[in-house]
Ligand binder design. Structure first.
Ligand SMILES: Nc1ncnc2c1ncn2[C@@H]1O[C@H](COP(=O)(O)OP(=O)(O)OP(=O)(O)O)[C@@H](O)[C@H]1O
Ligand SMILES: [Mg+2]
Length: 390
């Protein structure tokens, strides 16, 4: 027996289809037609998987997912798939934010449901090297107020510092056109990356496992396409699927994005539980940081998830952290020290600061930063109030 699946859907046709399909695969199926009923069945029967319709009466699919997550014992997490009618990113984000692990747009092909189910149950099965305990699933975006402020340096090295703290970390190079993680980490051009995910029938943890590059520093890396032309192949929807699947298996998914505020980057900002806005103390960077903060406010994102990171904080630019705070009308949350010698030496040798130079001023500053952020915030799914203004 493959386990028990709770199907919560009012539609008799969907119930019949799922019952037949899942029974043929060896699952036991229990059906609920009302959300409150579904919650009681979950409490009583502890199914291995929950499949719930987003528009269910009583408690809708999102409410049910939220209620189950709130009631689960620590370390326990039943995979939840939400069935939705709308296939747009906002609807999918809603499902995941409520605590679901995956969504399917109705009408769906039975083979797709089975593939998702299989991917979820293998992702959640004990004994899996990546799973062991349930992942913290925090998606963190690193966004530079302007080019060259040190976003990639901070994103990669913070990832390594978090891995050294015992976290499972995947760093994603979502600077799709000009991503340079291969250069920073001395990885050959033939290594696979995010572009290899776009032609796959489903983007799931299994596929991503074959694409991420484990690095000796302890992080896994999902690399940018090899050429700028290939960047166009990766859509916001692809990247969304990649990031949410990674969040199911890693404690931290660190996403290095470029500074365009296009659909793709806005999606990343939307689903991230923290946005680290990296800036330096110079006028263009401060001007852009203000514009970004204003834009984020206008889009209805929770300003509290934006954290300002002043890089090269003690450089002699004539503008100190205090003046930067005044110009931005909000406090700087983190400061990273100026250490050009170690930063550039790391870059030119392809050995990251947190690898060979962890004892340098920059290394120590990054470790301190990583410790602070490790104590911050929760995974996206547990913060349903985020972005509720949208
Ligand atoms: N804290 C620091 N102290 C001194 N130099 C730094 C520091 N952080 C980064 N640098 C240097 O600044 C330069 C730009 O860094 P990096 O590529 O990380 O920035 P970026 O914002 O990601 O740039 P891009 O816009 O090209 O993606 C590099 O030469 C790097 O070594
Ligand atoms: Mg960069």
């Amino acid at each position: 027996m493959a386990g028990k699946v709770l199907v919560a859907d009012e539609d008799a046709g969907v119930q019949r289809l799922l019952q037949q399909l899942l029974r043929d695969e060896g699952y036991e199926v229990v059906v609920a037609t009302d959300g409150l009923d579904a919650f009681r069945i979950w409490e009583r029967e502890a199914p291995a998987v929950v499949i719930v319709d987003a528009t269910l009466a009583g408690l809708n699919g999102h409410d049910l997912a939220e209620r189950i997550r709130a009631a689960e014992a620590p370390g326990v997490r039943v995979p939840i798939i939400v069935l939705t009618l709308a296939g747009d990113v906002a609807e999918k984000v809603r499902a995941l934010r409520a605590g679901a692990d995956d969504y399917l747009v109705k009408p769906f092909h039975p083979a797709e449901l089975l593939a998702r189910l299989q991917s979820l149950t293998s992702r959640f099965s004990p004994g899996d090297a990546l799973v062991g305990r349930s992942a913290m699933g925090r998606i963190h975006a690193y966004y530079g107020a302007k080019g060259g402020v040190g976003t990639t340096t901070i994103a990669l090295n913070t990832g390594i510092a978090l891995a050294k703290l015992g976290r499972r970390v995947c760093v994603v190079d979502a600077n799709l056109q000009f991503g340079d993680h291969r250069v920073f980490m001395d990885l050959p051009m033939d290594r696979k990356g995010i572009a290899d995910a776009v032609n796959a029938p489903t983007i799931d943890a299994e596929l991503l496992r074959s694409l991420v590059q484990p690095h000796e520093t302890g992080i896994d890396m999902l690399l940018a396409p090899r050429s700028p032309e290939a960047a166009d192949l990766v859509t916001a929807n692809h990247l969304y699927q990649v990031l949410t699947a990674l969040a199911g298996v890693y404690d931290y998914v660190i996403v290095d994005i470029d500074k365009r505020l296009d659909d793709l980057n806005l999606m990343v900002l939307e689903i991230s539980s923290q946005i680290f806005l990296v800036l330096t103390a110079d006028l263009p960077s401060l001007k852009n940081a203000r514009l970004v903060l204003e834009t984020i406010g206008r889009l209805g994102y929770d300003q509290a998830k934006v954290r300002l990171v002043l890089n090269r904080a003690n450089a002699h630019t004539g503008i100190g952290p205090k003046s930067a705070e005044k110009a931005l009308r909000r406090p700087i949350d983190h400061q990273v020290t100026n250490d050009y010698r170690d930063a550039i030496a790391a870059l030119n040798t392809g050995a990251p600061v947190m690898g060979d130079r962890a004892d340098s001023a920059l290394g120590k500053s990054i470790v301190q930063f990583a410790k602070v952020i490790d104590n911050l915030g929760s995974r996206m799914a547990n913060r349903p109030q985020l972005g509720s203004g949208r």
